[in-house]
Design a protein around this ligand. Structure first.
Ligand code: CA
Length: 377
């Protein structure tokens, strides 16, 4: 896809709904349905996403979910996937499914911080857990149960929808050598990390995906983060920014989601409920694998073909950002009991899993030579 088309489609915050809101319908072709009894009852749903149509990986994941669920249920569940803005504006997906206007949605839970600040902990926490650790918290700890508890208040059931893995730290036109270099920096950075940047004297700007490139080009923003080499390459940021920083301290693994209206979900036969769970696990695995596979290829392209200069945030900068992050998280937990409950679980789990990761993953990476040192400029 050409960059122009990609950007045109990158309407994370769409102006408004286009087209008539079509409610899904259920066709009754069997009778005497009850949970656990397989029937021929067919379900036709709409899925609204926060992603532009055919958006690489994220939009493809929504299509994969719909395709697989149709296959594993023998065609009993048919889902029509709508990109952000096609049926409802991208950031109204949560409300549309919560109210039952639409059966299902896909997005990232930190978009819903305005509904409940606790939602942010299920997506990405600066200096928090990575993809592998988040999966462990979700499935081996109580992360998923807490997520269900938070979403139940909004008449929603959440499902795992993939993870980006550790993101890149972003694109800059000046080098970040000390925390003072962040002062006055206008950076496109979402969520909790925005609060952290502000504590460092920067200005967090919430620029929709479609406007980032132009914002950087015209100096409306000085810097931006997005995802990683694959998506960032397609966005063309290397044309308007000089330095590409690592690591993505602000999003060490953004957990993505599907969510289904609770009334709709709970009325489903048990076998379809189980199929939904199984398909969500498949998508969870595929998204991370796809990002990892493509990011490696596109990182090479950025460096070798586009001459991008890689840089690493100095330890001093990361140490200070970590302190600001702790302050920001404590402020959120102090103001909202549900956030405190989730944050307590998150922290306790991270402490336990972190010791194991230090001894194994971290030790492994520290002791194998993946890259030539000169790679990081
Ligand atoms: Ca990001």
């Amino acid at each position: 896809m050409k960059r122009k088309d990609f950007l045109k489609n990158t309407m994370l915050v769409a102006a408004g709904a286009t087209g008539v809101l079509a409610c899904g319908s259920e066709q009754q072709s069997g009778s005497g349905d009850a949970p656990n009894i397989i029937s021929n009852k067919k379900y036709k749903w709409d899925m609204v996403t926060t992603w532009p149509p055919q958006f690489p990986v994220l939009g493809e994941a929504a299509d994969l979910f719909a395709d697989r669920l149709k296959k594993v249920t023998g065609g009993r569940v048919e889902i029509k996937v709508h990109g952000g803005g096609e049926l409802v504006p991208a950031l109204e997906a949560f409300d549309a499914v919560s109210s039952g206007t639409v059966q299902m949605g896909s997005g990232a839970s930190y978009y819903w911080a305005g509904k409940s600040p606790a939602t942010q902990f299920f997506c990405a926490v600066p200096f928090g857990m990575n993809a592998q650790q988040i999966s462990a918290w979700m499935l081996g700890g109580d992360g998923y149960e807490l997520w269900k508890e938070v979403y139940a208040k909004f008449n929603l059931v959440p499902f795992l929808g993939g993870n980006t893995g550790v993101q890149m730290g972003g694109w800059f036109n000046r080098e970040i050598k000390t925390v003072a270099d962040l002062k006055g920096l206008k950076m496109r950075i979402p969520g909790l990390a925005g609060k952290v940047l502000e504590k460092a004297g920067g200005a967090a700007i919430l620029t929709p995906g479609s406007e980032i490139y132009m914002g950087l080009e015209r100096g409306v923003i000085d810097a931006t983060e997005w995802i990683g080499p694959y998506h960032d390459y397609k966005m063309g940021f290397h044309k308007v920014a000089k330095y590409y920083y690592t690591p993505g301290w602000h999003e060490p693994g953004a957990q993505l989601e599907f969510f289904i209206n609770k009334g709709v979900h709970d009325a489903l036969p048990k076998d379809i409920q189980a199929a939904i769970k199984a398909v969500s696990f498949e998508v969870q695995s595929w998204v991370l694998a796809e990002f990892d596979a493509q990011n490696g290829i596109y990182l090479e392209k950025l460096i070798n073909e586009k001459g991008v200069q890689l840089r690493q945030f100095p330890k001093e900068v990361l140490d200070q950002l970590r302190i600001y992050t702790k302050e920001a998280l404590n402020e959120i937990a102090a103001a909202d009991p549900m956030s405190k409950k989730v944050y307590d679980s998150y922290q306790a789990f991270m402490k336990k899993v972190g010791k194991w990761s230090e001894l194994t993953e971290k030790s492994y990476y520290n002791n194998i030579q993946v890259l030539d040192e000169s790679f990081l400029g």
